[in-house]
Design a protein around this ligand. Structure first.
Ligand SMILES: NC(=O)c1ccc[n+]([C@@H]2O[C@H](COP(=O)([O-])OP(=O)(O)OC[C@H]3O[C@@H](n4cnc5c(N)ncnc54)[C@H](O)[C@@H]3O)[C@@H](O)[C@H]2O)c1
Length: 256
């Protein structure tokens, strides 16, 4: 899908990979709305790229529907939905204090899997109203980009809730792409390895170095703009659909 002139929402767009994607989309000529938590830097980020900010907690599923509708109204339509809002917890299946509690397991599923599905299904409604692009070019109505993690495939000790949630995001890609294919809407998930963002800034440098030491090349954390480049390549290329793309420098997480 040609990016110039398209309307895009970025959930989680105030920081890290979402922010870099919102900025690159704007630089390539898209109209961008940033959706993120009220406490985030979303207003400043949106103002700097000439877009609008819509505060929302994606785990409030009804509020997400409203915020998306407001963003789409401000944009005048919707062609691209990128979701990077997410996060995890650290707890083993069975720890010293007993088995993993279900409340925190569910919270991580809600924040990642349910919220991502909620945004995707609602974004699809707005996209379905678009005139398709010229069938001679792509015939598309929209593109949905979601964020998994390599922990979906090689979860480390203590990541059981996060792995399950990110595996759900990877797993829903093909099925949603099939569900939405007749409408000309594509769905792709991106599974990053360790990236240099707000999510990793508090991890000590030596711990980070040990976590990326097994990457093939480059042996360093990914940069938010490298995620953004892949997100835009996904939007640009109509043959990318129904899968989860690893963005990991050949890294495979070990158990710790
Ligand atoms: N950084 C990494 O190493 C890494 C690796 C693999 C996957 N991921 C995933 O990438 C995604 C992006 O994270 P990042 O690394 O850019 O982190 P980040 O902390 O820099 O950005 C995440 C953004 O999401 C927003 N967010 C979080 N919870 C939200 C909620 N409930 N409602 C609305 N917005 C919310 C935050 O306010 C923040 O602006 C996350 O889904 C994360 O799980 C990160």
């Amino acid at each position: 899908m040609e990016i110039k002139g398209k309307k895009a929402v970025v959930f989680g767009g105030a920081s890290g990979m979402g922010r870099a994607t919102a900025e690159l989309l704007a630089a390539r000529g898209a109209d961008v709305a940033v959706l993120d938590r009220p406490v985030s830097a979303g207003a400043e980020v949106a103002a700097a790229l000439g877009g609008s900010f819509h505060p929302v907690d994606v785990t409030d599923f009804a509020a997400t529907e409203e915020a998306l509708a407001t963003a789409v109204e401000a944009l005048g339509g919707l062609h691209v939905s990128v979701t990077t809002a997410g996060g995890g917890s650290v707890k083993r299946t069975l720890g010293k204090d007993g088995p993993h509690d279900l409340d925190s397991f569910r919270r991580v599923l809600d924040l990642n899997a349910v919220a991502t599905f909620n945004i995707s299904r609602l974004a699809a409604v707005h996209m379905s109203r678009n005139e398709p692009e010229d069938p001679e070019t792509t015939g598309e109505r929209g593109v949905i980009v979601n964020t998994s993690s390599i922990a979906a495939f090689e979860g480390q000790i203590g990541q059981v809730a996060y792995s399950a949630a990110k595996a759900a995001i990877a797993g829903m890609s093909l099925t949603m792409a099939r569900d939405l294919g007749s409408l000309g809407i594509r769905v792709v998930a991106i599974a990053p390895s360790l990236f240099e963002t707000g999510a990793t800034e508090k991890i000590p440098a030596e711990r980070l170095a040990s976590l990326v030491k097994d990457a093939a090349f480059p042996r360093r954390l990914g940069r938010p703009e490298e995620y953004a480049k892949l997100a835009l390549a996904v939007i640009d290329n109509p043959m990318l659909n129904g899968q989860c793309l690893r963005l990991d420098a050949g890294q495979r997480f070990g158990p710790k």
